[in-house]
Design a protein around this ligand. Sequence first.
Ligand SMILES: Nc1nc2c(ncn2[C@@H]2O[C@H](COP(=O)(O)OP(=O)(O)OP(=O)(O)O)[C@@H](O)[C@H]2O)c(=O)[nH]1
Ligand SMILES: [Zn+2]
Length: 392
Amino acid sequence: MGSNHFDGDDEEPPALVSAENPLNLEELQLSKAPITIVTGYLGAGKTTLLNYILTEKHSKKIAVILNEFGNSSDIEKSLTVQRDGQQVEEWLELPNGCICCSVKDMGVAAIEKLMERRGKFDYILLETTGLADPGNIAPMFWLDEGLKSTIFLDGIVTLVDAANIIRTLEDREAFSKDEAGVGMTTAHLQISHADVVVINKADLVTREEIEVVKQRVAGMNGLARIIVTERGKVDNLEEWLLDLKAYENVGELKTAIKTQLDETISTVSLDLPELDEEMLDSLDAWIRSLLWEVEVPSPSKEPGDRVLGDSSKQPILDIHRLKGRAITKTGKALLIQGVRETFEIFDAPDQNSAIKAQGKLVLIGRGLRDVDVKESLEWFLSRGRAGWTRER
Ligand SMILES: Nc1nc2c(ncn2[C@@H]2O[C@H](COP(=O)(O)OP(=O)(O)OP(=O)(O)O)[C@@H](O)[C@H]2O)c(=O)[nH]1
Ligand SMILES: [Zn+2]
């Protein structure tokens, strides 16, 4: 196969929306291309999966961005810093209309540049390096959602190597330690942020072993949907890899937790009562307390006290992912989305179906098993606005 080379310079002017002829918001949203971030530990099968997609027959025009030439672990940096047009891009056009690209130091700007050739692409898949922490990458796309951006984050897919993942999760040597000495592996981070987990290399293990891996993954991330593959062969691409809308909707919020097998990462699902204005403010304040101040408010630990300050014994709470749905007493449905410290509460796009569902808040992260978030939230909501009087 031959490859076409383009230099990084503009060959066509960017398709900007002129001020005289603005698109309306809806049109603009429709014209944005969804980007799926594909993560997974070293050698899990990311490239294999993407190659499979590129060569399969399907009617989608997909742009695949591989990192094969990238230095491991520098994608986080390159996504923000390399905006100087210095990137060397390599392209490969495939017979099925897909395009494959491997770029050293690929940045958001470079991906948007790629989208200047849009019309060609229905979807973009981005392979991160095996050591990348998706928690750093996701918010860049998510927050870059402004009018100018031509791409939006559709979801995070994490591949795990069925034969090696348990060992990887238990390799204490590989745990990176924070100040409090609490650690975890990159694999933990990749699983906790996933919207879909692909358990790959099924051919290398027994059915029983796959079950063990499934349980382990579900115990950590109760929201992620799980699929088992060989050589990344995912039959229904749209269901599993494209059109995930993971940051737009919150799904059914059904958590598939049976037992918590992993000590590090776990999922907690909380029911929310119907909320009035005050309670909604309280919910917002409660989430801020957890995400920004790493505090779990309780009657004995007023907001503002360092609840988890005694780091000798206390676990370090670290919420990686948060999803929820809140129903107001006035009959409105709101959705809650969070990645690390970033979160938003917004009107559910589909009010009719959202309004029928139970209000819920699902938290995925570290240290959750050691604190009673349920009690804390119930108490905090019951206090009303008066419960949050301290200066923030
Ligand atoms: N037996 C088996 N081997 C697989 C499967 N999927 C991928 N492999 C092999 O595993 C190795 C690593 O696959 P890659 O697709 O390069 O993995 P990757 O996640 O892109 O690796 P990095 O980019 O280095 O992190 C290759 O030799 C693949 O051929 C599978 O389902 N079964
Ligand atoms: Zn790869």
